[in-house]
Design a protein around this ligand. Structure first.
Ligand code: ZN
Length: 283
């Protein structure tokens, strides 16, 4: 799933590649993908694409007075393509055909249709409930006081950092990198942190900025993030490998839909956490 760094590089490249393009037509082959009906999607016809940005993990494509707010969910991808999609392409969710022959396309892998889009007046985007409920952006990091206040909750850090209403942009991959960078257990509670641990966690959000830098260096200016580009992760899903810092074997806890990988030496005081998948099997 694309998280803040992946969506950021996606919108930077899309902005550069499509700004100023004129829309020929727009349609939504995806069933139920459009969460709004007024204005209709074809109101984009004849308009100029004026910019692409993001809020949290959501791309926003702007057409002067109108904006297309997109939630990629876990399997959605947005990009501009030189050729138009085949009518048989079952992954197509929203197609914005450009007068120059290219096509801005929201696609979604797999059979589940969960990605969605809303066409909104541009000045109503910030008030939309999906945007208004977001916490501050995870990168650049919130200031110290704001971060300390949002982290001061009796909840485990792993879900807390991924909860978009508290802090926006972090998902299941980057949370492991951030907690490792901060040397904190995913099961420590936000309200249990000492002041210096809070500041260390805030400083660890720099891994998001470093990931954006990595993508800037590896993806040519006129190219886009490939759909299945590997994320530059050192910890997440690297269980069994040596910790890049201390050499201890990384461990993981598996949940039904995700996992968290950590260094037991540096993050959990030498303890290997109970594997929930394994303990379920042993019951
Ligand atoms: Zn380590």
């Amino acid at each position: 799933m694309p998280e803040l760094p992946e969506v950021e590089i996606t919108v930077r490249r899309l902005d550069a590649l499509t700004k100023g393009a004129k829309v020929e037509s727009a349609s939504a082959p995806g069933m139920n993908v459009m969460k709004t009906f007024d204005p209709p999607l074809d109101a984009l016809a004849g308009r100029e694409l004026t910019g692409v940005r993001r809020v949290g993990k959501m791309p926003i494509v702007e057409f002067r007075e109108l904006a297309l707010l997109i939630h990629l969910m876990s399997a959605g991808r947005i990009g501009v393509h030189e050729k138009r999609a085949s009518l048989k392409d079952r992954a197509s969710r929203v197609l914005v055909r450009l007068e120059d022959g290219r096509e801005l396309r929201l696609r979604e892998y797999g059979t589940k249709q969960r990605a969605w889009a809303k066409l909104l007046p541009a000045d109503e985007v910030d008030a939309d409930e999906a945007v208004a409920r977001l916490g501050p952006e995870a990168w650049p990091a919130p200031d110290a006081a704001e971060f300390a206040s949002l982290i001061d909750q009796p909840r485990h850090l792993h879900p807390l950092l991924r909860h978009q209403g508290d802090i926006a942009g972090i998902g299941r991959s980057w949370v492991d990198e951030i907690l490792w960078e901060a040397r904190l257990s995913p099961f420590k509670k936000g309200s249990e942190l000492e002041a210096e641990e809070v500041e260390g966690l805030r400083a660890a959000l720099k891994v998001l900025g470093e990931a954006i830098d990595h993508y800037e260096e590896t993806i040519p200016a006129d190219a886009q993030l490939p759909d299945k580009a590997p994320k530059p992760l050192r910890i997440h899903k690297h269980e069994g490998e040596p910790c890049p810092r201390c050499g201890t074997e990384l461990e993981a806890v598996f949940f039904s839909e995700h996992q968290t990988t950590y260094c037991p030496q540096e993050q959990t005081g030498g303890r290997v956490l109970k594997d929930r998948r394994l303990s379920k099997l042993l019951k």
